[in-house]
Design a protein around this ligand. Sequence first.
Ligand code: SF4
Ligand code: MG
Length: 329
Amino acid sequence: TEKMLEITNLKTYFHGDDGVVKAVDGVTITVNKGETVGVVGESGCGKSVTSLSVMRLLHDTPGEIVDGSITFEGKSLLDLSEKEMRMIRGNEIAMIFQEPMTSLNPVYKIGKQLEEVIKLHLHYDKKEARNHAVNMLKLVGLPRAEDVVNEYPHQLSGGMRQRVMIAMAMACNPKLLIADEPTTALDVTIQAQILDLMRKLRDESERSIMLITHDLGVVAEMCDRVVVMYAGEVVEEADVLSIFENPKHPYTKGLLGSVPKLGQDLEKLDSIPGNVPTPANMPKGCKFAPRCEFAMDVCWKKDPSLLATNGNHTCRCWLYQDQEKILEV
Ligand code: SF4
Ligand code: MG
């Protein structure tokens, strides 16, 4: 397998009034060529900060990458100049954001924004760029694509704007697509359409996708491998089948327990009690301990490491590790 993206021991910290927030604290994620990797977890677990770090789009945040490396096709992204990074963004790596309104420029028409990206990266002339823009809008299922190019973002519905964003992300046929909750705001029919489109991109041109989501249904449908994040750390990683059929970490089990199943009484849904810890009440040992029904003495004392339980299935939990050996140290 050819590696497309390698995030290694990434640490992205935020410097706030109350001290340092370790939003991403030693995260390692690999995305191979042609592979779709799902990154799941509740909000506040560091999923979006991880993707913004890869795109080097932290400048609007108080966040800073303090350690680790990010390589794309063997190139170290953290060593590129901002100019070099701009040529990769939108062209080789594209990102679909959660909030399309904040990533579309309100003062330019849709067509102009799409054409800018296309001209910059594909070197099309004006007419070719316009044709390509309209075609991309049709591809994402936008009705009246020829009219939409002459409209402003605020004239479109949220779902339409999201599809414009997706068209823009896919316009240059990126090698890696980072999609952060790409379909959350969309109704079910359009959601299915968009996922279909992403699958096509992956299967027809062997593209890679890092899919950030809290929707485990989407994960089951799209992903080859799953990375579960909690409080800035990876707590479990496995192929998609193992995650659904043999989840190991209590947090993963809790997430799966909160997925409504067909016919299940919604009142009786299992969910994980409590919240993701804030920096002020970050536990000393396992960060999940305050919410974990299996928490043992050792869990409160020492953070477990992310270790292989079998083959490529890794888990950060004392239930699967030799506690006595560690406590002796
Ligand atoms: Fe629960 Fe302990 Fe495992 Fe943490 S290490 S998830 S507290 S059992
Ligand atoms: Mg997020």
